[in-house]
Design a protein around this ligand. Sequence first.
Ligand SMILES: *[C@@H]1O[C@H](CO)[C@@H](O)[C@H](O)[C@H]1NC(C)=O
Ligand SMILES: *[C@@H]1O[C@H](CO)[C@@H](O)[C@H](O)[C@H]1NC(C)=O
Ligand SMILES: *[C@@H]1O[C@H](CO)[C@@H](O)[C@H](O)[C@H]1NC(C)=O
Ligand SMILES: *[C@@H]1O[C@H](CO)[C@@H](O)[C@H](O)[C@H]1NC(C)=O
Length: 918
Amino acid sequence: MHVRLLSLLLTLTFATLVCGLFADEAFVVDWHVASIGSIDPSRAILSPDSVAVFSDSSVLASLDPGNGTVRWRYFLRESAVPRPSLLLKLDSSAILLAAATPADAAITHIAAWIEDSGYLIWEAYLTGGAPVGVSVAGDVYILQSGGKVRRVSHLTGSEVWEYSLPEGHSPVDIVASKGKVLIITRKQDSGLGYFTVNAESGEMASDRFVVVDKNAAAVSFSKSEGYGADILSWTAPGETSTIMVANLSDTTPSVHTITPKHLYASFSLASTSTGVVVAFTGLDGKSWAESYSSSRGKLTLVGSTDPTESASAVGAGKLFEISKGSISSFTLDSVDVNAEGTTEVSFPSSPIEFVTCSSSACLVGYQNGEYVFSSTTGVTWTRDESVTNVVSAIFMELEEEGQTASLGEVLFEENAAPLQAYIHRVKRHWNALAGLPQYLISFFHRFLSGDYDAVPIDPNSTVSDTFGFRKFIVLATTQGGLRALDTAHAGALAWKVDDVLQSDTIVGIVRSDAKDRLFVVGAFGSVAYVNGVTGKIIALSKIAQFGLGDKVESVITFTDDGVQYVAAWTAHAQLHFLSGSTPSKPVYFSKATESAIVGFIYKEDRLIHTWKFTLPTSSYRITSVASRDPDDTTVSVGRVLGDRSVLYKYLNPHILAVAAVDDATKSAALFLIDDVTGRLLYSSFHDDEVVDTAAGVKVVVGEHWVVYSYWSELATRGEKLVVLDLYESDIRNVRWSEGQNFSSFADTPLPFVQGRGYLFPEHITSLAVSRSRFGITNRDIIATLDTAQVALLRKRLLDARRPINREPTNDEKEEGLVKYDALIGNDKRFIVSHVYKVIGTEKTVCSPAHLESTVLVFSYGLDLFFTRITPSQPFDLLSKSFNKGQLLLTIFALLVAVRFTGPMVRRKQLNMRWGTQK
Ligand SMILES: *[C@@H]1O[C@H](CO)[C@@H](O)[C@H](O)[C@H]1NC(C)=O
Ligand SMILES: *[C@@H]1O[C@H](CO)[C@@H](O)[C@H](O)[C@H]1NC(C)=O
Ligand SMILES: *[C@@H]1O[C@H](CO)[C@@H](O)[C@H](O)[C@H]1NC(C)=O
Ligand SMILES: *[C@@H]1O[C@H](CO)[C@@H](O)[C@H](O)[C@H]1NC(C)=O
């Protein structure tokens, strides 16, 4: 504990020294949302004191059943895939996960954890295929896709015995109980059946393959263990009127046919102390349940519920029905299904995807990505995991307080008759005076405390703070919803909309010309025009003349004469403008395919294909494309060197960086091309490397530079970071673009490129460039790391001009250069996420605050992380520790001194004029 505290303090102290994140700002200006990802009911275990899940994002987590917070979680992306995998209870305090490994699907990773603490008890890697079935009866019995059956010690994970299925059998599942292991398989010419293996010796108890169904193609096979009986259930393909049930606990396993009251689409079966209960979903979407009791080897229907619109599931010994507004529970006794009671509960209105229940509570999954944990008395908690599946994220500017109101009034005064306007104005000022005392109080409070965040902004309001730190981040989710998070209130949900495009999947969101409006574009041509501050859908439409079978691939924006045009680009190479009008001047854009970049021009309502850039060999594959942020502004066109000479920056706004890898030779390449003409400006090849091509190349374009990175196994393993600084010429003080705006069509010389490679010890998962309001502040690079951290890489260090193997000269020192050191250490000082474990982030977006020094940074992927950075120090903000009281006192003392010394000085001057020097 002390060590952790100490390391926390150290981290924060160092963060203060370099990144300008003050220790008292950690946990205040930044926030982190720990997520788990989409939950699948087959990989969720509900018990009264915990909820354990292995999510679609490979997160194994234990949630607090009381409030849904993550008690512990592990990101197992490197060692376990969710499909196929099995999660089950090992004993009352431990859980067991068996999953295929990402590197090799023929290897099963099996591991046991203490459920309370997340402590790993043991783990093992088993060859013989992915896990197909696992059964726990004391020890662990596992059936693998390669036909291997293994008994693994539940205490150590070591193998007790191994058994191989005979030829011709494909594994289906495994059931262990009472000293026997039943291995359920299919055999092409015999059907569905099982073998029996002695649990102690691992030897076949009888070599008879017992067929339970001659139809080997039986589908929707499921097994239900516990409650004194191991039950198998299955149906034949296309069958909707009967289900087959086998009781494996019988001395001579019996097979029954159940004929439900209505045709069903799906069912789930659970065994009870007296028989089985089946929850059905009908072909019409309604659900009902039937209870059967077993007597003398027969299953007889004893009770059922009426079909309703609600979703139902069986928990241990109980049946639950969940509708939009209520939860009902039923006890299942030997004679009937008895209603226990119904509680009015307001559940999300999104359609239910699944319900899974324990004896006392249910976890309900909704199509919008929300999960609700509810007992029979009401909702215990809700988790919104839709924010782990984000298509795109965008910052929304908020109005400053009072701005809109006074704008309206000023407009009135401008247009009204002079006298009327004058009266209105006097009234307005008089009214404003009423707020003066309040303003003065808050002003002095803020002034003395030095706390800029001290004036609380109402979380329900939609106004910005003075410094523009408060914005909304709008996320478009893969479930078709929008979520707006409040940056100033720890990412609290400001508003949400589900199913914005009415069943269309969102491809992109872009800001429209009006700064608080968004276009949300769907794959099948739906377009929503949304108020990004309130979440109100203003209009919903379809793209006109949208081709049959066509699909929107991306959303492109063009600016022409200060007007922004938004267009959707489709798979059939069509460009649809969304705002009604089209640009009057020709506009250029390019699209990347797997192996080429294709250039287009849109002119006079026609789309013309202009150029194509193909990779040098066909074995290359494009992994990423980057261009400069169109809103990035440049304040200085040159780089001033130590001797006051200038290297002019190559400021081509159309630069496109294209990164490619070759999977066969494990090499990488980077090409800089002009987006308008397709001209190749620069290329570099990394052929003598062993590049992790699956991870690809991450690339960003800054002002006049490009930084890219890839993981290399060669020599020094690590992430290789390459910086390319582009200048107009290698000769100082030479500028050919003088007095002209950059034109790609002019026959301009190629840029002079200075490059330098650096080494970073950790895997970088994404790169982004910070952008300040006016472009005066340095641009730094934000990297998300696979060590669950977010790092700030200083461009000042990633400089191509750092002197190699010698100390910098005085001129170079003046330029701010330090001696070249290949290793950019993963220094704690660069970690802006400090102690947060930010897992699975894949993208970062930045937005400037109103203050030039400060940039808002938001990373997303699985977790969400937000912080503020000041790449050139917070030069326009007094630190909180700045003593304003003392400043006031000093000023006061000076005033007093001036008041007293003034007459003395005047008298002295007078005396001097009279020549009466004393
Ligand atoms: C959730 O509940 C646990 C245990 O009751 C508690 O320790 C934790 O602080 C709670 N978390 C929140 C966010 O309320
Ligand atoms: C299955 O067989 C066991 C043992 O004969 C019996 O106790 C149990 O009730 C049976 N269950 C069903 C659903 O048939
Ligand atoms: C914000 O609105 C909610 C719901 O309308 C309310 O419960 C809460 O008190 C409001 N908060 C503030 C600070 O006004
Ligand atoms: C460059 O572009 C700006 C803005 O578009 C314009 O005002 C200026 O006149 C242009 N300069 C030249 C030399 O074309």
